[in-house]
Design a binder for this molecule. Structure first.
Ligand code: PEP
Ligand code: MG
Length: 546
């Protein structure tokens, strides 16, 4: 039995078999194979899958972003037919009796180096394309292996780190919990784990991975941050008793499912859910959410292998709205960039991605992408009470530009005879210090504000939310952030609009009273946090007593 301590991300205890998720980097190491024909077949299957993916991507990108953006995928597909490149991979397998992964990695490195040393700038740029192709082939090869070793039984995913798209791809039917060597509790990966309500621990350190073997039993305590590999009978029994206690507590809280969220002195507050998928929506309903305060629409994109088109998005948004037709459902427009990357939309490398072309900036840089999402949203709006919210806003001019695009989309729909709702609310995320400082100029333009304290903290305190060493700055309430929030509330109420909090701070019970006294009208939290927070609010005083 070995114990490790990391940072607790999400409550609950999971016991299960380890499933080590190794990343592509590790799998390109050279291993000796005896059956080189079988290896050539694996390679051929991976090439076929990669080509299919690339052609589908080219097709969709052409429709949504135009011919020139799509060309890159067509070029990549053509490279898979390049005799020299493919011969280099095949010969390496046969001559060196090695695995396909190593042969792909070797060929991609040799060809990329060859391109990089050419005089012509166009040919030099092809180096990045060859590397991309190599990575795609490695992913396809890994996927085949993944399918073989994954098996059908539920497991606990252990990895060095998980990206938001990998976390979004975890199936909650098969994954009982996860534990990672790296990671911070404010990252999107941690936020996803909370909304999926999977017991999770991050930052367990490098020794943790070295101590693990696929298939052995592990216990993950998402409340304390403890992980025990090969727990003995007594430890296991104690964990099972804890699981039972947690289940009994959750069952008791369920009596508050339909109760009002009102303080002891009668102040009503809206308690909404943060969700990222249709499955989270079910959780939100089961936990008595009064609405959805934040649907992170990027997770719909992250779960796909290609850009979701208008029809696909319309169906997804309609499905969500129909489940809560009389309550407000706020869908945030695509917030991609920084740690959230779509593998099928390669974005230029940025030195400081958190300060780069992310969120609304990316949408404005790719107008077709933005228009497709807005059309899908407006079309779906007739099926419920829709709110549309824009991330990463920094000033009123930017917001006017966005609202004008929205008005154009509505006008086009009107001309096409396609109906859209007449009571759609538009709102802004206050998650940059600039937006909070300029909130008085933003308030007259919209129906609501929602304060994103995760990014507001990151940008106000200049602390990367991904950096585990700066976790202490994210955990504690900062005076500077609280002042910006108070300013935001004043600006909102002066113009008669409501203001909520949808960052992780909304779920921190030690701050609830301060937020209520500040005048916050709505709190939006992970579905699992709704009932404990409702119970807490019912025991608080919403108005400050002198
Ligand atoms: C936030 O920044 O507080 C927020 C809710 O958005 P996200 O965590 O998705 O960046
Ligand atoms: Mg944010």
């Amino acid at each position: 039995m070995r114990r490790f301590y990391g940072k607790a991300v999400c409550g609950g205890v999971a016991i299960g078999k380890v499933r080590l998720l190794q990343h592509i980097k590790v799998q390109s190491e050279k291993t000796v194979v005896h059956d080189t024909d079988a290896e050539q077949n694996r390679l051929q299957q991976a090439v076929t899958t990669a080509r299919e993916q690339l052609l589908a991507l080219a097709e969709q990108t052409k429709a949504q972003l135009g011919e020139s953006q799509a060309q890159i995928f067509e070029i990549h597909a053509m490279m898979l037919e390049d005799e020299d490149f493919m011969d280099c991979i095949r010969e390496t397998i046969t001559k060196q009796c090695c695995n396909a992964e190593y042969a792909v990695h070797h060929a991609a490195t040799v060809f990329a180096e060859g391109f990089a040393t050419m005089d012509d700038a166009y040919m030099q740029a092809r180096a990045a394309d060859v590397k991309d192709i190599g990575t795609r082939l490695l992913r396809c090869l890994a996927h085949q292996q993944d399918m073989e070793v994954w098996g059908a039984s539920p497991c606990i995913v252990c990895a060095d780190d998980l990206s938001p798209s990998e976390t979004a791809g975890l199936s909650t039917d098969r994954v009982l919990g996860f534990a990672t060597a790296q990671g911070s509790t404010s990252s999107h990966t941690a936020i996803l784990a909370r909304s999926m309500n999977i017991p999770a621990v991050v930052g367990l350190g490098n020794d943790f991975l070295a101590a693990l073997q696929n298939g052995e039993t592990i216990l993950v305590d998402g409340q304390t941050g403890e992980c025990v590999i090969a727990p003995d009978g007594q430890t296991r029994q104690a964990a099972e008793e804890k699981q039972n206690r947690i289940a009994a507590h959750i069952a008791a809280l369920h009596t508050l499912r339909t109760a009002e969220t009102v303080t002891a002195d009668g102040k009503k507050i809206r308690l909404y859910a943060n969700i990222g998928s249709a499955k989270d929506m079910q959780q939100a309903l089961e936990n008595g959410a009064e609405g959805v305060g934040l649907y992170r629409s990027e997770f719909l994109y992250l779960q796909q292998v290609a850009l979701p088109d208008e029809e696909m998005q319309y169906c997804a948004y309609r499905h969500l709205l129909e489940q809560m037709p009389t309550s407000l459902m706020i869908i945030r427009t695509l917030d991609i960039g920084a740690d959230k990357q779509m593998p099928y939309l390669p974005l230029p490398h940025e030195k400081n991605p958190a300060l780069g072309v992310r969120g609304i900036r990316l949408c404005l840089a790719h107008p077709e992408l933005f228009r497709t999402q807005l059309r899908a949203l407006y079309r779906a709006s007739v099926h419920g009470k829709l709110g549309i919210m824009f991330p990463m806003i920094t000033d009123a001019e930017e917001l006017r530009q966005i609202l004008s695009i929205c008005a154009q989309i509505r006008e086009t729909l009107r001309q096409e005879g396609i109906p859209y709702g007449d009571d759609i609310q538009h709102g802004v995320m206050i998650e940059t210090p600039a937006a909070a400082i300029c909130s008085a100029q933003l308030a007259p333009l919209v129906d609501f504000f929602s304060i994103g304290t995760n990014d507001l903290t990151q940008y106000t305190l200049a602390c990367d939310r991904q950096n585990p060493q700066l976790e202490y700055l994210h955990g504690a309430p900062s005076e500077a952030v609280m002042k910006l929030m108070a300013e935001t509330v004043r600006s909102a109420h002066a113009k008669g609009i409501w203001v909520g909090v949808c960052g992780e701070m909304a779920a921190d019970p030690t701050l609830t009273e301060a937020l209520l006294h500040m005048g916050i009208d709505e709190l939006s939290v992970s579905p699992k946090d709704i009932l404990p927070l409702r119970q807490h609010i019912r025991n608080l005083y919403g108005t400050k007593k002198d």
